[in-house]
Design a binder for this molecule. Structure first.
Ligand code: ZN
Length: 140
């Protein structure tokens, strides 16, 4: 397991962490397996979406802010209920298959760390588990 640190720059933001997660897969030297990404925060999340057009994460953030406004009749005294709701909607983990030492993501997919109550220094953890390939499993 590896814990990584990330500095966010605004209140709501999606940061592409694919390269950093791939580095953990390379260090783990796993050819075939499963990669787990977990965000241990209640106001941040992780998701997979399009990396090619930066307007996609921007639009996701914009729509989330319409659906879950910062100001409402929230009771949570810390004043960041919107961030808690967004974090639960997006989720705190992702699972990506590892094949041939690489993350099995679609051409336009990236892993994004989602900040909903920044800017802050955050962390996320990555665990790579070797499972062997389909062919290797059949042989054993
Ligand atoms: Zn709170």
């Amino acid at each position: 397991m590896k814990q990584l640190s990330i500095r966010t720059n605004s209140r709501s933001e999606m940061i592409d962490i694919t390269r950093a997660v791939e580095s953990v897969v390379e260090e783990a030297n796993v050819r075939n397996g499963i990669c787990y990404v977990f965000v241990p925060h209640t106001t941040a999340a992780v998701t997979i979406n399009e990396n090619a057009d930066p307007d996609v994460p921007r639009d996701i953030i914009m729509e989330l802010e319409k659906v879950i406004p910062y100001q409402d009749n929230y009771r949570h005294r810390e004043g960041n209920s919107a961030a808690h709701v967004k974090a639960s909607l997006i989720g705190s983990s992702e699972t990506v298959l590892v094949e041939g030492g690489r993350l099995l993501l679609g051409t336009w997919q990236s892993l994004f760390f989602c900040e909903f109550d920044g800017p802050r220094t955050r962390k996320y953890v990555v665990k790579v588990v070797a499972t062997g390939s389909e062919t290797e499993n059949r042989k054993s």
